[in-house]
Design a protein around this ligand. Structure first.
Ligand code: FAD
Length: 407
């Protein structure tokens, strides 16, 4: 059978793309090819489960605009589909007076990004929101929420009505006169007129299979989590974050209530020796060689050696992890924390060692590649999918209202 569009990757971005395609093209024949045995197996199913507000991002960037739009689309989708979620709000804390100018800067950015209802709190206001929290100031962000992204992904795939093939890794993309022949590890082949690749941690490799020379390399960064023992969950009502690091591309270890009532702490961010192995000692020769023979990785290490070293020490020390968290919630004890799961972020680095700080997708004659979809891509997925499909259709000369008349 031949398809109109094949989507590579059943993470939340691929699922949202199929969902959007179905809205625009009810009769379309769509296929999702996923190498894992189920949906959301990598970044999507291993993330923090937070619906971000959009406060952090550069005003006018794709991250800022698509996060704000996607956040509300996601709340509406979750409500309509009865999926576990809650608009519970979060606190961003300054714990040291030297952080106050940065806190105020972030608050101003939030106003510029038109984040609804944000408030700058004095120290005495903080316990009203989080009784166990202490800080010298805070921002309260009421539109932040929590959700089960695995459930969202599953439901988007169902509503997208695509056929999904699991356990099939795309290994070759052969150009044909009217599209692609896609080869997979199952030795199955699929013919399609168009292709959209949403391959997360493998995005650069899939782009290279399609003859592109992306200006970035995916370098994996692992994030480890701890969980609070059930008896200690009362210490955290909702979401408690530190101020993000000014230059290192992470939000800092935070405390997150999950939709099942558990409370997680993390994630940290350390260079990982494999793109898709989740233990602290996971190793892939191919992934390591590709990361360490790329000059951008070394330039990134040199630029951020201090933060990288601190993250590495903390990755192997429960006490250091606890000390970071205790700055937010002083009553947390070392015994409250139990080691939990890990996730791996796809950090897109340029040759000169900068991280690519916005969503990035490129289209060509019959394909579109999502090359960078970092946090808050899960929050933004529905809006991101709108933008991806719009760009793809424009490049492919497909009319949005009647795409079947295209070539
Ligand atoms: C630790 C962590 C915490 C995060 N927290 C949040 C948060 O709270 N809120 C938020 O909005 N964002 C968060 N993010 C970011 C968010 O999870 C990701 O941006 C988002 O999930 C990216 O989705 P994706 O579909 O692009 O990638 P993925 O979920 O990684 O999916 C890509 C899929 O492509 C498949 N694939 C790859 N190569 C092939 C191939 N050759 N053949 C077939 N299939 C292939 C993979 O198996 C995978 O299933 C977090 C990320 C991490 C890692």
């Amino acid at each position: 059978m031949s398809y109109d569009v094949v989507v590579i990757g059943a993470g939340i971005v691929g699922a949202a793309v199929v969902h959007r395609l179905r809205q625009l093209w009810p009769e379309g024949r769509f296929l999702v090819i996923e190498k894992a045995q189920g949906p959301a197996a990598h970044q999507t199913g291993r993330n923090s489960g937070v619906i971000h507000s959009g406060i952090y991002y550069k005003p006018g960037s794709l991250k800022a605009t698509l996060c704000a739009k996607g956040r509300e689309q996601l709340y509406a989708f979750a409500a309509a589909e009865n999926l576990p979620h809650e608009r519970c709000g979060k606190l961003i804390l300054a714990t040291d007076p030297t952080e106050l100018p940065r806190l105020e800067g972030l608050y101003r950015r939030g106003l510029e990004n038109q984040i609804p209802g944000i408030q700058l709190l004095k120290p005495e206001d903080i316990p009203h929101y989080e009784p166990e929290c202490r800080g010298v100031g805070a921002i309260y962000v009421p539109v932040t929420g929590i959700i089960d992204y695995r459930a969202v992904t599953q439901r988007l795939l169902e509503r997208g009505g695509a056929q999904v093939v699991y356990g099939a890794e795309v290994t070759h993309l052969m150009r044909a006169p009217d599209g692609y022949r896609i080869h997979t590890s199952q030795s199955a082949r699929f013919d399609t007129r168009y292709l959209i690749a949403c391959a997360g941690l493998q995005a650069d490799r899939i782009a290279r299979l399609d003859g592109l020379r992306p200006p970035l390399r995916i370098v994996p960064f692992r994030g480890d989590y701890y969980e609070l023992r059930p008896e200690a969950r009362w210490k955290v009502r909702n979401l408690i974050y530190p101020l993000p690091h000014p230059t290192y591309p992470v939000l800092g270890v935070h405390l997150t209530r999950m939709t099942d009532g558990s409370v997680e702490a993390g994630p940290n961010a350390v260079f990982a020796w494999a793109r898709e192995q989740y233990s602290r000692v996971g190793f892939s020769l191919r992934d390591t060689v590709e990361a360490l023979t790329f000059s951008g990785t070394w330039r990134f290490f040199i630029r951020h050696w201090r933060e990288g070293l601190a993250e590495y020490r903390r990755a192997f020390s429960k006490r250091l992890f606890w000390e970071s968290l205790r700055r937010l919630v002083p009553s947390l004890t070392l015994e409250d924390l139990v080691p939990a799961r890990s996730g791996i972020r796809a950090l897109a680095l340029t040759q000169d060692g900068q991280f690519w700080d916005d969503f990035y997708f490129v289209s060509q004659e019959r394909s579109l590649h999502v090359l960078n979809a970092p946090s808050p891509a899960a929050t933004a997925a529905l809006a991101l999918a709108d933008a991806i499909v719009e760009k793809a259709f424009a490049t492919w000369n497909l009319s949005i209202s009647a795409p079947t008349v295209g070539p």
